[in-house]
Design a protein around this ligand. Structure first.
Ligand SMILES: [Zn+2]
Length: 313
């Protein structure tokens, strides 16, 4: 039987994929349209993106279900199709591995609003939306649930609990940090610091503590975050930084950190004990490929076999 993700990464680090949202845009999704709907209307385009990642050597693929909760889908009048979109997302991610064994991480992104009393959604509404989404991801066969790009502990907890209720085999909590204006540290938009997030996740039963996306969280900051996580918790750590800071060029959002630039920060991350490493917004399979090469060097120095980008073209 396949090992649980949280056990497999104790033996050696695994490589996760790169961006989905920015890749969907490149594949023709218009800003503001429903990317999760593509799991049903354009599955071949979603598959092509994820297959490029697995061919580049990714061992974990995050499903195209970031905005797949009923609350997010309601913005596109697709709320009633939440289960369908999420199950399809898991099936495509699984298919991207071909006959290779890989880990499908069922993605739950933020519900996109604020909780009452600050916002218009009650905890019960968000809980019901996340439970529905988590249930579909688990039923579809996801190996883990990743509650990602989180900025508040309240919403994170609803996500973790929904994953538990759904019977997820592995639960990952992933925070989005922003570097402070003076550049001295980083915290989430809601003021959560890494130590606080890590101990909170451990106390509430997450299996892996992660960070993704954020603003100004380059590879060096990601390294600082890993160290802060590791100083707080013994849980495995996952890191997925963006390919640099978003810039507006000709009215288009551009991320310009090249694979060569990003990969320079990878060896220190691995040396610090990062257990799953991937990339977030703006990255491509070329980033994944560059990461694979360096991660393989790391593995070989520790007596493991290189994984390689063996599934070419
Ligand atoms: Zn991102």
């Amino acid at each position: 039987m396949k090992r649980l993700l949280q056990d497999a990464i104790l033996e050696r680090p695994l490589l996760c994929d790169g961006a989905m949202g920015t890749q969907l845009m490149l594949a023709g999704l218009e800003q503001g349209n429903c990317g999760e709907e593509w799991n049903v209307t354009h599955p071949e385009r979603v598959l092509a993106i994820q297959r490029r990642y697995t061919q580049a050597g990714a061992e974990c693929i995050i499903t195209n279900t970031f905005g797949g909760s009923r609350i997010m889908l309601n913005r596109h009048s697709n709320g009633d199709r939440a289960v369908e979109f999420n199950k399809a997302g898991v099936a495509i991610a699984r298919q991207s591995f071909g006959d290779r064994e890989g880990y499908v991480l069922g993605d739950i992104g933020p519900f996109g609003g604020l909780l009452a009393p600050f916002g218009e959604f009650t905890e019960a509404q968000v809980q019901s939306a996340f439970e529905e989404q988590a249930g579909a991801l688990v039923d579809g066969g996801a190996d883990a649930i990743i509650v990602e790009t989180q900025t508040s502990l309240e919403e994170l907890l609803i996500g973790i609990n929904a994953a538990k209720t759904a019977g997820a085999k592995c639960i990952i909590g992933s925070m989005a940090y922003d570097v402070t204006l003076d550049g001295s540290t980083f915290r989430t938009m809601m003021g959560v610091e890494p130590e606080k997030a890590a101990s909170f996740m451990e106390a509430h039963g997450a299996n892996i503590v992660a960070l993704n996306c954020g603003t100004g969280m380059d590879m060096e900051r990601a390294l600082a975050a890993v160290k802060r996580y590791k100083s707080t918790t013994s849980l495995p750590v996952m890191v997925q930084p963006n390919a640099g800071k978003p810039k507006l060029v000709n009215m288009k959002v551009v991320y310009d950190e090249t694979p060569e630039q990003m990969v320079r920060g990878l060896m220190p991350l691995l040396a610090a004990g990062a257990n799953i490493v991937g990339t977030c917004c703006g990255s491509t399979h070329e980033h994944t490929r560059a990461f694979r090469i360096v991660m393989d060097e790391f593995l070989e120095t520790r007596g493991f076999e290189a994984v390689g980008a063996q599934y070419e073209g």
